[in-house]
Structures are given as structure tokens and as C-alpha cells.
Design a protein around this ligand. Structure first.
Ligand code: PGA
Length: 249
């Protein structure tokens, strides 16, 4: 059985004070949640105060990015061990916004995932096609290439600590969600690809989140699908009310 994992990606939103107040509300709303893993990914400046606020709760902390080195002359970057030190367990890696604005590619995403895994942090690795690629019927070839690139050289035991987030780029922040059928089609394809690279048992325990305009009103129908094991939520994760509803779909 795969435990559903719902993660909130706050992106570049929320001051420290706003982050603490959102974390307080989530702590209260989600006090009795069972059978779900809940992750929040605030901006870097809020990670430490949110970690303090969530201490002792079942809500886990994630970062939105990291750099593939232990330490050194990398102005402006954050290392996995710095994140680990303040209690960050998950890290979103290779989000489409990082691929687009900061030119991250599958090989860099792969290096970052390896660094995170070495420090026992769990990468949430994002993949997904653009609208143009979908319209040209390239979705499956793009996903196949992304899967083999981001997982390159990762061992079977490392795979156990990875979450894949399928985020069709045309659905992110646009209000256009993939239908449950469109999402499931790609999720089951991803699982088959992972099965081709690893053992069946590993592929069947891999958690694959859907991301792209997930809201309280559409999460349940997505989560009903066989291969959809969670959600990576952007806009709707910025309010305690909507994120709590999504978690408790
Ligand atoms: P959205 O963002 O829910 O606002 O579409 C999802 C994401 O980018 O992870």
C-alpha cells in the first residue's frame, strides 16, 4: 500500500510572519489527520521558523530547491546539509519553474537528487510536458527521457526514498487541471518506465504525485485513480482552509 503524500509548494510567497501563521493554522486543522503524509515547502527564509512551529506535529518540512555540493564558493546557494540541520526532510527538485527560469535540466536534477539522497533527504522530483509537446503527441517520449535522465545511476534502495511529481506544465497555475484520466494515463506510463529500469516491487511502491491546479474540488477524483498517490499543490497551498481540505479529500 502506498501512503498518499500531499505537499504544499509555497513558491516565493509568504513573509516569515505569514508563514508562521499558516503553519499554526495547518497544525490546528490537521491535528487528527491519519493515513496521509503531509509536507509543506515554505521559502528558505521561513524554513527555520516553520520547523520550530511544526516541531512535534505530523506535518513534515520540505525545501523548494538545493545545490548539489556540500559547501563552498557557490554564492546564493543552499546545501542539503544546511537544510538537513534545520529539520528539512523533503526537497522539491527540478520544478518546471526552475527548469524554465534557471535552466535546470535532467542531468542537474539527477545530481541534486543524488546529493539529497546521500544526506538521507527525500527528493520530490518534478517532471512534465509543455502544452506544445502534448499537442505534438510528444508527452510519452518527453516523460520517458525525463525519467531515465533524473533517475540515472540511482540504486534500488535510493528509489525507495524518492517521490516523483508529474506536473504537466500547461496545468501549473493556469486553473486547467489534467483530467483524472489524462493524469492516470501518464502516471501508469511513469510506473511502467520505472519498472523497466528497476524491479517491479520498487516500481509498485514508488509514490507518484500529480501537480497542476489541484484544488479542494478536484483532488478526490484525481486521488481515486490507481497510480495517483498524492498531490503537489501550489496556489491552493497558500491558504490553510484550502490546503487542509485537499489533505482531507
Ligand atoms: P499550482 O502549482 O497548484 O498553483 O498549479 C503546482 C506546482 O507548481 O507545484
Amino acid at each position: 500500500m502506498r501512503k498518499p503524500i500531499i505537499a504544499g509548494n509555497w513558491k516565493m510567497n509568504k513573509s516569515v510572519a505569514e508563514s508562521i501563521s499558516l503553519a499554526k493554522e495547518l497544525k490546528e486543522n490537521l491535528r487528527n489527520v491519519e493515513g496521509r503524509e503531509v509536507v509543506v515547502c515554505p521559502p528558505f527564509t521561513s524554513l527555520f521558523p516553520v520547523a520550530e512551529e511544526l516541531r512535534g506535529t505530523k506535518i513534515t518540512l520540505g525545501a523548494q530547491n538545493l545545490f548539489a555540493a556540500e559547501s563552498g564558493a557557490y554564492t546564493g546557494e543552499i546545501s542539503p546539509s544546511m537544510l538537513k540541520e534545520i529539520g528539512v526532510l523533503y526537497c522539491i527538485i527540478g520544478h518546471s519553474e526552475r527548469r524554465r527560469y534557471f535552466k535546470e535540466d535532467n542531468s542537474l536534477v539527477n545530481q541534486k537528487a543524488k546529493f539529497a539522497l546521500n544526506l538521507e533527504m527525500k527528493p520530490i522530483i518534478c517532471i512534465g510536458e509543455t502544452l506544445e509537446q502534448r499537442e505534438k503527441n510528444l508527452t510519452f517520449s518527453v516523460i520517458k527521457q525525463q525519467i531515465s535522465g533524473v533517475l540515472d545511476g540511482l540504486s534500488t534502495s535510493e528509489l525507495a526514498n524518492i517521490v516523483i511529481a508529474y506536473e504537466p506544465i500547461w496545468a501549473i497555475g493556469t486553473g486547467k487541471t489534467a483530467t483524472p484520466e489524462q493524469a492516470e494515463e501518464v502516471h501508469s506510463f511513469i510506473r511502467k518506465e520505472v519498472f523497466a529500469l528497476y524491479e517491479e516491487e520498487m516500481a509498485s511502491s514508488l509514490r507518484i504525485q500529480y501537480g497542476g491546479s489541484v484544488k479542494p474540488g478536484n483532488v478526490a477524483s484525481l486521488m481515486q485513480k490507481e497510480d495517483i498517490d498524492g498531490a503537489l499543490v501550489g496556489g491552493a497551498a497558500l491558504s490553510a482552509d484550502s490546503f487542509s481540505k485537499i489533505v482531507q479529500y
